[in-house]
Design a protein around this ligand. Structure first.
Ligand code: KG4
Ligand code: ZN
Length: 336
């Protein structure tokens, strides 16, 4: 079954063709990052406009690169939640128009479910059940993936998402948007013991996260130094901050894996590209004899191949939408 998938939840306009949930026939991503960089973050109105301009040619290109006509496609899929509402609406309305014109079934896909599904492409043998850390710009969850479309939230952030904390800390250190990837690179050359930062815990829930205190601690360090006219060693601060964030992610995830007895660990979302997170988890999983599955770097960020992958399993469960499908800014991954 060949699915043409569309993704427009944030600042990438993407389309892909995926066969039977696992084989990528094409994967086109047009990023708006250079434009949003000027403002230090995503400007929702600009994102919607750029999606509207790009979507037709991105979808065309996905078909061309797969060497397929629309008549050879079996179903359409689209990210419909969660995300920036104006951005999501562009993809959803385009997909609805295409479904109306072709009569093809329309499969609505939850954005975080699709991040998890990026792993089915990179790790062809991977099947649920497994425990997954979903870490993106807007979300930080530990999810029990009981089946392809059955998920339970075990832990979540109480305030900022991990990606958001990385981006804000990086911005305060003067790095361009999106800061997470830049901070990760700079941290590679820093001393991660140079600064002692808090390691926040949520006392009532051992699997939940809190990153806002950590982020504020870094911002205060930078502001205090600049008020005194002192410079700060950015590589050392980046390395210390990255170690603190990754430490929280790894500790809670491994605790949940032990308590709920999961043998296989999976990571997903933009922050799953973080090099320290990947190294630390490889080490922990080796020590505790668990399997570790990670998406290849190019599938960690937003793309439509992952949407096509998840859509296959949603379709098999009968999850299709009619033409009254609406985009939604928030939606739990459990109901997704
Ligand atoms: O999943 P994603 O592409 O978009 C959302 O759904 O939010 O995640 C984007 C987030 C951004 O906050 C970005 O800074 C972060 O992922 N990110 C990273 C790295 N690469 C991307 N954070 C830390 N280290 C990285 N290497
Ligand atoms: Zn995402």
């Amino acid at each position: 079954m060949k699915i043409l998938a569309i993704e427009s939840s944030c600042d990438e306009t993407a389309a892909a063709v995926v066969e039977n949930g696992r084989k990528v026939l094409s994967n086109v991503v047009v990023s708006q990052v250079d434009e949003h960089k000027l403002y230090g973050g995503v400007v929702p109105e600009i994102a919607s406009r750029r999606h509207a301009e790009a979507i037709s040619s991105v979808v065309d290109e996905a078909l061309v690169q797969a060497s397929l006509n629309l008549s050879e496609i079996d179903a359409l899929a689209v990210t419909y939640a969660p995300g920036l509402i104006g951005a999501l609406l562009v993809g959803v309305n385009f997909a609805k128009g295409l479904s109306y014109a072709t009569g093809l079934p329309l499969i609505p896909v939850h954005h975080l479910r699709s991040h998890i599904a990026a792993n089915y492409i990179t790790n062809q043998e991977l099947e649920p059940p497994f425990l997954c850390l979903v870490v993106s710009g807007g979300h930080t969850h530990i999810i029990a993936v009981e089946d392809y479309t059955k998920m339970k939230i075990i832990g979540r952030t109480r305030d900022d998402a991990a990606g958001e904390a990385f981006d804000k800390a990086a911005r305060t250190m003067g790095m361009p948007y999106p800061g997470g990837i830049n901070l990760d690179k700079v941290a590679e050359n820093g001393n991660d013991n140079a600064f002692t930062l808090p390691k926040p815990r949520v006392s009532t829930s051992p699997y939940d996260f809190s990153f806002s205190g950590l982020k504020t601690a870094v911002i205060n360090l930078i502001h205090n130094a600049s008020q005194k006219g002192e410079g700060l060693p950015v590589a050392d601060l980046s390395a210390s901050f990255r170690k603190a964030v990754v430490g929280c992610l790894v500790d809670n995830l491994m605790l949940a894996a032990r308590d709920f007895d999961y043998k296989n660990i999976v990571i997903a979302g933009g922050v799953s590209a973080n090099s320290l997170l990947r190294r630390r988890l490889a080490e922990e999983c080796r020590k505790t004899n668990r399997g570790l599955y990670m998406p290849e770097i190019k599938l960690c960020g937003d793309n439509a191949a992952m949407v096509g992958a998840q859509a296959y399993y949603e379709y098999k469960c009968g999850n299709t939408a009619s033409l009254d499908l609406n985009a939604q800014a928030t939606m739990s991954i459990e109901t997704g």
